[in-house]
Design a protein around this ligand. Structure first.
Ligand code: 5AD
Ligand code: FES
Length: 351
């Protein structure tokens, strides 16, 4: 079955179910995913500097530590000057992509986001800007794109309608989530979707729905990482997702999406001390170290025991160098855009 998946880059629902139903480690699956990853991206690991600029959020997702109803969180917002100085520091450390991530915080209007994006672009024209600000109207996505944003991360969280309802309050909908993703794509962003592994009530068939939705959307990036429980949420009594199933899914997704950018997530590094390194040897090719000011890192607590909250940006960067080197790969200092089969053929024939 792994051979078939590698050759055909697809499986039937029944075959996928068989592969996903266990969380045993599978060396052959990992080896094939790594071969495919190396055939497209070589030994390169792409890095993105993550700036968590606001932990205010108007939503109440049941799994998330910074949900609006969590009154135990001290809320913060970074000013545009603070965001710019994170980028300046990151540039010096070799980052050529900045990811601005925050809760859904209406304080950051379209005007303010456009201003921040154009200021970053004016100072660091050779860098890509990725935004992760949640759901906004299409016109808002368009304005920020026109101001210079390149990419947008919006995990779909689950493509199974029933499951979606169990993870989110009534005010949110899977239909709107999907529409946002299609809008982003239509505007021209490199889009990232994704889901958590082992979130409460997740089933094999909801994971298959996730994979089928990803095949439809064909995003440039696919963010998957284990669900990790947080004591100040309604899901406080649920177990976290497993390392093994997270790695299995990374490998399966690499085989189905050879060109995708797949991060070895911070959540993976949180459930196991060498989780990110394992991610990189199971199909992942991106890491997103933290560039946020140390003073706010602990406050952006989507889940408990998040790693890298006490380290300065430079410490994380060097720590990561060592970790990546231990896997036999190397960090690439460039924007790290997605590779695209069609573009590669055109480049090869000089078009
Ligand atoms: N555990 C793991 N990942 C989480 N996210 C939110 N809460 C958690 C949690 N408890 C993920 C969501 C979101 C991304 C920014 O972080 O998938 O899209
Ligand atoms: Fe942040 Fe190791 S990557 S401390």
């Amino acid at each position: 079955m792994i051979d078939k998946l590698t050759r055909e880059m697809n499986l039937s629902d029944g075959e996928l179910a068989e592969l996903i139903a266990t969380d045993r480690h599978d060396a052959e699956l990992a080896r094939n995913a790594d071969r495919v990853r190396q055939s497209v991206y070589g030994k390169d690991v792409y890095i993105r500097g993550l700036i968590e600029f606001s932990n205010y959020c108007k939503n109440n997702c049941f799994y998330c530590g910074i949900r609006q109803s969590n009154e135990a969180v001290k809320r913060y917002r970074l000013s545009k000057e603070q965001i710019l100085s994170c980028c300046d520091e990151g540039y010096g450390l070799g980052f050529r992509t900045f990811v601005l991530q925050g809760g859904e915080d209406p304080y950051y209007t379209d005007e303010l986001m456009c201003e921040i994006v154009s200021l970053i672009k004016a100072r660091h024209g050779d860098c890509a800007i990725t935004l992760s600000l949640g759901e906004r109207p299409k016109a808002s996505y368009q304005a920020i794109f026109d101001a210079g944003a390149d990419r947008y991360l919006l995990r779909h969280e689950t493509a199974d309608e029933t499951h979606y309802r169990m993870l989110h309050p009534e005010s949110m909908s899977l239909a709107n989530r999907k529409e946002c993703l299609w809008n982003l794509k239509e505007i021209g962003y490199q889009v990232g979707a994704g889901f958590m592994v082992g979130s409460p009530y997740q089933t094999v068939s909801s994971i298959i729905a996730d994979i089928r939705f990803l095949q439809e959307l064909r995003p440039a990036m696919i963010g998957i990482g284990p669900y990790i429980t947080h004591k100040e949420t309604p899901f406080k009594d649920f177990k976290s997702g497993s390392l093994e199933l997270s790695l299995r899914l990374l490998s399966i997704i690499r085989l189905m999406f050879p060109y995708a950018l797949l991060p070895a997530t911070t959540a993976l590094g949180t459930i196991a001390p060498n989780g990110r390194e394992l991610g990189l040897t199971h199909g992942a090719n991106v890491v997103m170290p933290n560039l946020s000011p140390v003073g706010v890192r602990k406050l952006y607590e989507l889940y408990e025991d998040k790693i890298c909250t006490g380290e300065e940006a430079a410490e994380c960067r060097f720590c990561l160098d060592r970790r990546v080197a231990s896997t036999g790969y190397a960090i690439a200092v460039h924007r790290g855009d997605v590779k695209d089969a069609q573009q590669e053929v055109l480049a090869a024939i000089g078009e």
